[in-house]
Design a protein around this ligand. Structure first.
Ligand code: CP
Length: 316
């Protein structure tokens, strides 16, 4: 693996998941791979899990890390070409990416969708600029349109807990007070379909994901109907793609409740976190014995570690 920007960088998905599960059994035995190598984690947005699980994965490999919070520590970056740089953006991505890539062997970036301009967010300007100007391999820690490290952790978690070869997985929209990107939902949908699972996406009208992410998934506007027979229920809020970045509904009837979970095939509950309790899902669901949110978050270590190992092998 040369870089990890999306599922398109994965050559063999079942092998990648198998490797991650193998690493999880014995995470410290691959230290030779990271020895004398270093990674820079660049955050344009906040993070708890991605930041710490990435550092932990690097620690397991003896890979040194540095963290740059662009908002509070770095110069504001300009990504557009040919502009007169007389605003608050002091440094162009051309120099920043080239310099960071000359210091480190791997560069990982988090840059959320701004939700102001769909074309801009979906052009993946930040990731694509790093890929273009940074000489080191690049890892996506959540971009304008995707969160592949999260989707890989989700897939690892489902592989660990599934009881049938091809489980019914339901991705359900849930209400949220703020407009959130579609990145997690986009990646989850793509990765579940790539794994061959039976995916249903349920959401109110107007929350259709981009066609490329929907793929061959079933779309069901009746949440209760979607839940019938589900083996996994994955809750997530996202803002509208068609009316880009808009909140079209905050209908609390879409919250995941214990009563709705009774419609499922004793489904496991999943969410990428952070989760607003009693808005996205009620306490009884979040705290139930079927809730996988903590093991799912723990698997973020192994999704990052397997990606690092695949990239480091290429660097050897
Ligand atoms: N799920 C996830 O990416 O969490 P953080 O935003 O805390 O990194």
């Amino acid at each position: 693996m040369k870089s990890f920007l999306s599922i398109n960088d994965v050559e063999n998905l079942p092998e990648l998941v198998k490797d991650a599960l193998e690493i999880k059994k014995n995470p410290h035995v691959y230290k030779d791979l990271g020895l004398d190598k270093s990674m820079c984690l660049i955050f344009l947005n906040p993070s708890l899990r991605t930041r710490l699980s990435s550092q932990k994965a690097a620690f397991n490999l003896d890979l040194n890390t540095a963290v740059l919070d662009v908002g509070s520590q770095g110069w504001q970056l300009e990504f557009a070409d040919g502009v007169k740089m007389d605003s608050d953006k002091a440094e162009h991505i051309k120099e920043a990416a080239a310099v960071i890539g000359s210091y480190f062997d791997i560069v990982a970036i988090r840059a959320f969708a701004k939700l102001e301009n769909r074309e801009e967010d979906y052009s993946e300007q930040v990731m694509e600029s790093f890929k273009k100007y940074c000489p080191a391999p690049v890892i996506n820690m959540e971009s304008g349109t995707g969160h592949p490290l999260q989707a890989l952790a989700d897939l690892i978690t489902i592989e660990e807990h599934k009881t049938v070869e091809k489980p019914k997985v339901v991705l359900t929209w849930a209400p949220h007070p703020r407009a959130l990107p579609q990145a997690v939902a986009n990646s989850f949908s793509k990765w579940m379909q790539a794994a061959g699972f039976d995916l249903t996406i349920t959401h109110p009208q107007g929350y259709e994901l981009v066609g490329e992410a929907v793929g061959n998934a079933s779309v069901e506007y009746n949440q209760k109907k979607a839940f019938e027979g589900a083996d996994f229920v994955y809750a997530k809020n996202w803002s509208s793609y068609s009316q880009y970045g808009k909140i079209l509904s905050q209908n609390p009837d879409w919250m995941v409740t214990a009563n709705k979970m009774k419609l499922t095939n004793n489904a496991k509950f999943m969410h990428c976190l952070p989760l607003r309790r009693n808005v996205i899902a009620e306490d009884d669901v979040v705290d139930s014995e079927n809730s996988l949110i903590i093991p799912q978050a723990a698997n973020r270590i192994y999704s990052m570690q397997v990606v690092l190992q695949h990239i480091l092998k290429e660097l050897k």
